[in-house]
Design a protein around this ligand. Structure first.
Ligand code: RFL
Ligand code: PHB
Length: 388
């Protein structure tokens, strides 16, 4: 089989890239290790920047998002027992869209199926060959049968644990990493969200976040120990701990209920440079990870895809400028989102090793932030998304 672009991974980056390439008349196939049900069962990000919303519209999959998604004009920061609002719209003129990654993935998969584009689920042992030559090949096994695809380019959209980045010779890649000494315990429940907007809470017992998926479905997180297991946390224990980390009003109005999903995610910052090796281009979590505190993971995947599909379209139009500058352009935005995500994480979590001094610095920074329009504007500008 021959296609122009072989895409590895059917997460948001692979699916969005496939759709935009198709719209540009560029043939592509997606190879996905897992089943479609497995991919749709993962509960991940919830906040879309305007730029991501615009891309989903351009890909022709924005309809349900505009009906069911919730537009948020701001967010709340909670510390010292009080909540303070950051008004994105007033400070930047922009808003964000609360619409789950699961729904985004669903909409993209539906559009891909409607357009009759090929996706091979449960493609095992994907391997990449001749990436530094003119015609790369991708091999995989499906239902016990070996297959080979020849292509012009490979898009590595297969996440942090994928095969794409691992196919780049170690001496061609530089890695940057910070692992945080805690994780997030997340709970999804069919309960009314505690507030109209997200609440990011700094508390001496640890960080907490109140988010949502709809007006009847909530997503809550608390900072937890890396030694904690999901089984250690009963629903009751989770709700009690969440309430302790919120202001009195939120704690007393919080509606609790049975969890429909509960998981622990470790927090890390990671970047691999460059995001290209020969005819392989990395996009999304395959190239970088951010801690979720800035809600940037999915949005960065989208901006990589924006640079990449344009670069590939330019290539077929006769210019290689886009593919030659892809890594540099993408990394420039990636590092700014890394910085913001690291800063939000540092500001809002409990770092026991920084002691009482670190705690006072956080308190001073939070107090400064909510009393300085310049500081609030900086947070808002990054949260709604830097231009791309
Ligand atoms: P994905 O979504 O990880 O998709 C990669 C796809 O590649 C497949 N794959 C392979 N396919 C073929 N062959 C192989 N060898 C393969 N190896 C892997 C995988 O099965 C998968 O389907 O990456 P993508 O598309 O770049 O999208 C990035 C986003 O998913 C990610 O940035 C965010 O979800 C990050 N993230 C969160 N971001 C937020 O903004 N807010 C959150 O609350 C949030 N929670 C999370 C998260 C990421 C998590 N991970 C990666 C474990 C929670 C978790 C648990
Ligand atoms: C979520 O709704 O899952 C979510 C929202 C904001 C974040 C992280 C996760 O910063």
């Amino acid at each position: 089989m021959r296609v122009q672009v072989a895409i590895i991974g059917s997460g948001p980056s692979g699916l969005l890239l496939g759709q935009l390439l198709h719209k540009a008349g560029i043939s592509n196939i997606i190879l996905e290790l897992r089943s479609q049900e497995y991919v749709l069962g993962r509960i991940r990000a919830g906040v879309l920047e305007q730029g991501t919303v615009d891309m989903l519209d351009a890909a022709g999959v924005g309809q349900r998002m505009h009906t069911e998604g919730l537009v948020h004009d701001g967010t709340e920061l909670c510390f010292g027992g009080r909540r303070h609002r950051i008004d994105f719209k007033q400070l930047t003129g922009k808003t964000v869209m609360v619409y789950g990654q699961t729904e985004v993935t669903h909409d993209l998969m539906d559009a891909r199926a409607a357009a009759g584009l090929p996706t091979i689920y449960e493609a095992l042992d994907v391997s990449l060959h001749d990436l530094d030559g003119k015609q790369p090949r991708v091999r995989y096994r499906k239902d016990g049968v070996e297959h080979e695809i020849t292509c012009d380019f490979v898009a590595g959209c297969d996440g942090y644990h994928g095969v794409s980045r691992a196919s780049i010779p170690a001496d061609k890649l530089r890695e940057f990493e910070r692992v945080y000494p805690f994780g997030w315990l997340g709970v999804l429940s069919d309960t009314r969200p505690v507030s109209d907007e997200l609440i990011y809470s700094n508390h001496e017992r640890g960080f907490a976040l109140c988010s949502m998926r709809s007006l009847t479905r909530s997503r809550y997180y608390i900072q937890c120990s890396l030694d904690d297991k999901v089984a250690d946390w009963s629903d009751d224990a989770f709700w009690e701990e969440l309430k302790r980390r919120l202001d009195d009003e939120a704690a007393s109005t919080l509606v609790t209920g049975p969890s429909i999903e509960k998981s622990i995610a470790p927090l890390r910052s990671y970047v691999a440079e460059p995001m290209r090796y020969g005819r392989l281009f990395l996009a999304g979590d395959a190239a970088h990870i951010v801690p979720p505190t800035g809600a940037k993971g999915l949005n960065l995947a989208a901006s990589d895809v924006q640079y990449l599909w344009q670069a590939l379209a330019e290539h077929y139009g006769g210019s290689d400028a886009g593919i030659d500058h892809y890594s540099e352009r993408a990394l420039s935005r990636v590092w700014k989102a890394e910085r913001f995500s690291w800063w939000m994480t540092s500001l809002l979590h409990n770092f026991p090793e920084t002691g009482a001094f670190g705690r006072r610095i956080q308190e001073a920074e939070l107090d400064y932030l909510v009393h300085s329009e310049a500081a609030m504007t900086s947070l808002a500008e990054n949260y709604v998304g830097l231009p791309f």
